[in-house]
Design a protein around this ligand. Structure first.
Ligand SMILES: [Zn+2]
Length: 421
């Protein structure tokens, strides 16, 4: 799936599929909405009469709607075009090692309803638990299955299920190749779930889905940056890479697994069985564990630390809250994680040279504490001025970034460039 470059396109001639022209128009409306027909024609450098049948087609299928009028001094007041996101639903599923979230969302990424449950150990049990909740959410909110995958924007239509997992996924088959935190190897959730719920199911590794969400749900962000990295720092750490508007997958579909690059062979043990992986330094559990150690060290009689270790550790969200309230141990721990994040980012920047790095994860809610150490590590460990200056941008919705990724799996194909030749 490749995103059309709306900064550099050529309108297809009559001998090439009309479908491509329609996709160009749809993508331009999406990036510049609300937009008038005149402005659209100007941007495409064509006469309005060439545009009329394409826009009419998009309006009739429900992909685009017209509303309002632009302010004009005199003459005809033009209607403006918008891409239809409301009334087009996707089921978004975020599978994590501890719990799974199922949400009903519209194509713009707005969550309508969601539910959370403990992730079952067996894939078959997960399919059953998901099917039951998906049926209930759709029933409660009238998201029927009509129009799925046919490109029609029927109001109230549920177009599919997007499911993100903490692991490597073969996009062609939908099989989960390896998810260390779930202890799954070669698992097929897609066909069983599709059969149970009667909707197309798209399965993807979380950071790749999040990269897609940046491309498709926030086009204004990525219109000028065609190559970027999306780094997810959460239960685990992994990277989705986008090169020239297309996700980079690699020969065996496992590109971007920087989380298990060793940054210190004497570092802490990692869930993958190695030692000192980037993930072992920066994942949420690592941050929480360092925070607990730091608090215990500061207490009187710290030598008996092990025996006084609290039975239940705080969550990462709680550590972030304590840091934001000014608690020194929490703030210092998050800054330390920031430095470790930056060291791994330096490897991503050195190896991939992205135009921008997006950072998602609960910890990014404390961006003011992370940014400095991340930038310092990039200065220390990258090789050129340009690499040192690579923008690093936190995701604006740290609590929901993976659900947005799941929505993009369903919404993006309706905007994607069709393969030609
Ligand atoms: Zn590892």
């Amino acid at each position: 799936m490749r995103k059309i470059n709306t900064r550099n396109f050529r309108l297809a001639t009559r001998s090439t599929p009309r479908e491509i022209n329609r996709q160009i128009v749809l993508n331009l409306i999406r990036e510049h909405q609300p937009i008038s027909r005149a402005e659209l024609a100007r941007r495409m450098d064509v006469h309005r009469s060439h545009l009329t049948p394409l826009v009419r087609e998009l309006v009739s299928t429900g992909a685009v709607y017209e509303q309002g009028t632009a302010a004009v001094v005199r003459g005809r007041r033009p209607t403006l075009l918008y891409v239809h996101t409301r009334g087009r639903f996707a089921v978004a599923v975020d599978v994590r090692s501890e719990h799974t979230t199922v949400a009903l969302a519209d194509f713009g990424g707005a969550t309508i309803a969601k539910t959370v449950f403990a992730t079952p150990a067996e894939p078959g049990e997960l399919v059953e638990a998901l099917a039951e909740r998906i049926d209930r959410l759709r029933g409660e909110h009238g998201a029927h299955g009509d129009g799925a995958m046919d490109g029609n924007g029927t109001a109230g239509a549920c177009h599919g299920v997007g499911l993100v997992v903490p692991g490597m996924v073969d996009r062609r088959t939908g099989r989960i190749l390896y998810a260390p935190r779930l202890r799954w190897r070669d698992v097929d959730l897609r066909s069983a779930l599709a059969e149970r719920v009667g909707l197309p199911v798209h399965v993807e590794s979380a950071p790749i889905a999040c990269a897609l969400a940046r491309l498709w749900l926030s086009p204004e962000d990525t219109a000028t940056v065609r190559s970027f990295a999306y780094v997810s720092v959460s239960d685990g750490v992994s990277v989705g890479l986008v090169l020239n508007g297309e996700t980079l997958r690699g020969e065996a579909q496992t590109a971007g697994e920087f989380g298990h690059v060793t940054i210190d062979p004497h570092g802490p043990p990692c869930v993958c069985g190695k030692k000192g992986c980037w993930e072992a330094f920066t994942c949420n559990a690592a941050t929480v564990s360092r925070y607990v150690d730091r608090v215990l060290r500061q207490r009187p009689g710290a030598s008996r630390a092990q025996s006084t270790r609290p039975r239940s550790a705080p969550t990462i969200e709680e550590v972030v809250r304590r840091a934001q309230r000014g608690e020194e141990a929490a703030a210092a721990t998050i800054a330390e994680t920031g430095w470790h994040i930056g060291r791994g980012l330096a490897a991503v920047v050195n190896g991939f040279n992205p135009g921008r790095v997006y950072l998602g994860g609960e910890i990014t809610a404390a961006w003011e504490l992370l940014e400095g150490p991340i930038r310092q590590a990039l200065v220390d460990e990258t090789l050129t001025e340009a690499a040192r200056a690579t923008p690093v941008v936190p995701d604006r919705r740290p609590a929901e970034y993976r659900l947005l990724g799941a929505v993009a799996l369903v919404a993006a194909p309706t905007f994607a460039a069709h393969r030609v030749g």
